[in-house]
Ligand binder design. Sequence first.
Ligand code: AMP
Ligand code: MG
Length: 363
Amino acid sequence: MAELLTVDARHPDRDTIARAAACLRAGGLVAFPTETVYGLGAHALDAVAVRRIFEAKGRPASDPLIVHVGDVADLAPLVHEVPPIVHALAARFWPGPLTLVLRRAAVVPPEVTAGGETVAVRVPSHPVARALLAAAGVPIAAPSANLFSRPSPTQAAHVAHDLGDRVDLIVDGGSTTIGVESTVLDLTSVPPVVLRPGGVSLEALREVVPDVRVRQVEADEGDTQVSPGLLLRHYSPRTPLTLVDGHDLVARIAAEARARLSTDVRRLVVLASSGVLAGVRSALASAPAPGEAVGHAGRLTFVDLGPDADLDALAAGLYARLREADALGADLILAGQVPGDAGIALAVRDRLHRAAAGRVLIG
Ligand code: AMP
Ligand code: MG
């Protein structure tokens, strides 16, 4: 099992960080918190160490990694050139949840870029990630520290559950604050394109890059990924998840729950924001599924995704709730999509959509 090192998220202990940094420099795998999700880190310029990331996660080699650096000044050696827009973006969003895709320098091993000519880079803001980068003195390649295609980890316990026997160290800095991955912005296209919505909103990006576009096309599994987050089946629980989107969510989720419980589904989880969930609960209580009790003891369990009016809070708990729903061992998770496209909504909608892997009921 990996050794678990607990640190204070705001003021991580120097000696503990020094140990983790030494492990990274020596080619080890270290899981650590960032402000988005936990990362599975390796020395980015050590191809052998980077290959271990793919083995540990069961991640296809066609899926490139994000390289984390401590400062925008550390970018230069990794990329072909630093276009002026990088400085404007860095001034506004770094350190923070924005990943930039640039043309790579030869020093970056092809393992990191999935053989491609571009590299994704980010300066994280989490004090533990920053301390680790400073102590290691090398760029750290780090995808999310989960098994490939599963929900990303937002707590050290999630990492231990997925990868406990496959990594050297897990640095536990508590729950991550943003809870969904970084926004990935491809600066090699004209105009720049958001490949994956994330912690930095589209509105905020537009203030610096007014003509920014959003990529809608979903890549097929197995292709070389421009952005790993683009795989349709991603962030998914093992339990099949069907997503209900559109108008009349409460009535449609309740109707679908009733229909499925009286046909092919023995145990069902309903996963939705607090308000939607309350509505579904009372709709089903007034007309329960045939002959069955409603609640934890019965065939139906409700998992609250978080407040309807505070999607930042909902995002912070999203993956933990997906994991909880998955752990109930149900036949089906019926999830309610969140509305809107402002702020973090775009990223939350994207993750729920991918968790459903195409099973979406649109009303
Ligand atoms: P993960 O952190 O597990 O979601 O995986 C790393 C992330 O890196 C993916 O979601 C991609 O969005 C991003 N990424 C890494 N390298 C590239 C690249 N060369 N081009 C585009 N996106 C990349
Ligand atoms: Mg991931």
